[in-house]
Design a protein around this ligand. Sequence first.
Ligand code: NAD
Length: 356
Amino acid sequence: MSAPVPSERAYVPFVSVDSMMQLIHRIGIEQMLAGIAAYIEEDFRRWELFDKTPRVAAHSKEGVIELMPTSDGITYGFKYVNGHPKNTKEGLQTVTAFGLLADVYTGYPVLLTEMTVLTALRTAATSAVVAKHLAPKGARTMAMIGNGAQSEFQALAMKKICGIDSLRLYDIDPQATAKLLRNLEGQGFSLVVCASAEEAVQGAEIITTCTADKQNATVLNDNMVGAGVHINAIGGDCHGKTELARAILSRADVFVEYPPQTRIEGEIQQMPEDFPVTEIWQVITGQAAGRIDDRQITLFDGVGFATEDFSALRYVRDQLSGTGLYQNLDMLADPDDPRDLFGMVQRAAPAAEETA
Ligand code: NAD
């Protein structure tokens, strides 16, 4: 929208949930997943440029609220995100988020956007970028354990980027699986509903675990994981919340985003502090080996890192021009005389009082 910017205001483009959904429809969901994946991969390639810090987490009995900041020196970004596994029982989302980009030179925000939907896209795009580098070549079947809010996005990204066209589904709640079946019908997958996680992993080259439980759960046992598979473990993303039996970690080669954060939040919180891991950016840039043979178990211990949100925010900002899919938010006071903030307040005409 190109509304004229009145003086004393610096408008910030805001992408609402509705606008984000319209943007997805306009671009196409698989195209958007591929686009975000390309930005994520590009930012992993310039990993060393970024300011990096483990996210700042505020824990409560029910869940966690986190801030995830980063900067490439030109643009700064952060995401606010929660994780409340009990929320779905109350008709609420487990994960909700919003995010912001700012210009490092002025410090002024340049984008504010919903990120609940965008997080599902970026998490799926990250899983697929990693699987592209680590999963067995020619993989076509994925076990999808946990069929909640993230699951369809995970499936579509794995299809678009890695060629997965067969899904084996399991969730402790059959209604979640029924919802996934409805949503992915006619989207080019063969869909098999399984009665257990053990059944779901049969014949799968990629195993995605994306469950939500605020505890150290065992969604996958050691004896369920055969040689040569790639595990995309993304549901355990918080201290005290894991999905895999410890023994799996000892047998697998473990790949992570940012070790200081993953050692607190990932599956490897179960292991000693010096447990060896490979940073995924090093695989992407060719500095470290990824999959080296067809018997190796590769495990992506994905917790979600700030650069992935930054990449998704950059992607959205680059798609907005000419779409009209944003509002100009009046959230930044910017008086013509920068030192006359008080004068600006005085000049503002009082709003007319409401009459009964
Ligand atoms: P959700 O609550 O919508 O879905 C979770 C599903 O897991 C539910 O359907 C639930 O019935 C199922 N489940 C719970 N325990 C299970 C078990 N033992 N076996 C099989 N299914 C089980 O949550 P969501 O938004 O899909 O997120 C899933 C998880 O992924 C959450 O823990 C969330 O915090 C995490 N997450 C991680 C990232 C990341 O970047 N790594 C990003 C987003 C979400």
